[in-house]
Design a protein around this ligand. Structure first.
Ligand SMILES: [Zn+2]
Length: 381
């Protein structure tokens, strides 16, 4: 067996109602002054107030930064880090979707003031130390609560990643009640994103693709494929929501150590230029990238088919691609790039952009050229 490294969040607190423990956990394990990083939509939805209440009742002094937006630009990260310094925060809590959690990670790093954002873009450049960090997701998708990654939008359209083990939080709190109100479209898109994490981790060409990640990816895909319909169409089903949140976390643990590839590389330009949410961007290119990769990972796709879609067990790679495409369609997601307003003549520009995502493309199980990417986008258009 080739050697490998596996890092994950050391403390997982999982279950319905666990948000009520956030005060006690913060007081014991984070520190007496905490900055909560979140977004205004969650404040309006009433999800933030109970958390603040629990914190204050436990004697924790709290300040809130609630200006995180989707695909957060650098200014959001820098403003939030300033807020942490001004308040004298000794710890950070991220509460929200992937964007809030990513910003919280960077705030915990940058608030110490020993590193700047431009210095840490890339793999392994952020050294820390950082402030103690707890992340509580309100979507079942990114798995950010267990990954070493934070994505920032730089300039007008480009995305850059900070990837470093120092960004893995100390504590992940997964309370499925926080996801009950997520609308069907967002539930479907974030759920498909989590499935992509599992699939790309399982077939990653990374030298660190490892048996722990593959075991987690199989179980993640099983949970996600069996529960996504109920979560989308019956949003208050707490069992389905719990399974999705767990599945997304397992997929996060998998790809944190066996990184994602071309689906994500091709998804980023769609989000960057046309504001399409990350999960939907992934869903739009997913079947086409899988079909492209099938010659390189046929047996692996057949294995995943058996785990995720037991009723189709024994099928081949093409059956797996069909099962995934059917699932995406039946969740009500848009299916083509044209459906989300992308013009046909944007394909070449997006392909150029996708080719710049070398951090991701090196992990693809089949080598990808510019012409390949253009053909995949054209098939998805
Ligand atoms: Zn993703």
């Amino acid at each position: 067996m080739p050697p490998f490294t596996f890092n994950t969040t050391p403390s997982l607190i999982v279950g319905s109602g666990t948000l009520a423990r956030i005060g006690e956990i913060a007081a014991m394990r984070l520190g007496p002054r905490v900055l909560v990083v979140t977004d205004a939509g969650l404040v309006r939805a009433g999800l933030v107030a109970p958390a603040l209440d629990h914190l204050v009742r436990a004697g924790v002094r709290v300040d809130v930064y609630d200006e995180v937006v989707a695909d957060p630009p650098e200014t959001v990260v820098l403003n939030a880090a300033n807020r942490a310094r001004t308040f004298g925060a000794e710890a950070v809590i991220g509460l929200g979707g992937g964007s809030s959690l990513d910003v919280a990670k960077l705030v915990a790093l940058l608030a110490r003031g020993s590193e700047t954002l431009p210095e840490v873009y890339g793999v392994g450049l952020a050294r820390g130390p950082r402030l103690p960090l707890l992340l509580a997701p309100t979507t079942a998708g990114t798995g950010s609560e267990v990954t070493p990654i934070a994505i920032v939008t730089t300039g007008a359209h480009e995305k850059k990643g900070v990837v470093s083990p120092v960004l893995i939080p100390d504590i992940a709190l997964l309370d499925p009640e926080l996801t009950l109100g997520l609308p069907p479209a967002a539930t479907a898109a974030t759920g498909i994103d989590a499935m992509v994490h599992a699939i790309e981790a399982y077939t990653s060409a990374s030298q660190n693709n490892n048996p722990v990640s593959r075991a987690l990816a199989r179980e993640a895909l099983r949970l996600l494929s069996r529960n996504i319909h109920r979560a989308v169409h019956h949003g208050r089903d707490s069992e389905a929501r719990a399974a999705m949140l767990l599945g997304a976390m397992l997929a996060g643990q998998a790809f944190a150590n066996s990184p994602v590839a071309a689906v994500h590389a091709l998804a980023y330009p769609i989000g960057g230029h046309f504001g399409v949410p990350h999960g939907l961007s992934n869903a739009l290119v997913l079947p086409h990238v899988l079909r492209f990769n099938a010659p390189a990972c046929g047996p692996l796709y057949a294995e995943l088919l058996t785990h995720a879609f037991p009723e189709r067990a024994g099928g081949d790679a093409e059956d797996f691609v069909a099962a995934i495409a059917d699932l995406s369609r039946s969740c009500g997601l848009e299916q083509r790039l044209r459906d989300v307003g992308i013009p046909a003549d944007a394909v070449a520009m997006m392909a150029e952009d996708a080719m710049r995502q070398t951090r991701l493309l090196v992990n693809n199980p089949r080598a990808v050229t510019f012409e390949d990417v253009r053909a995949i986008y054209e098939a998805a258009w």
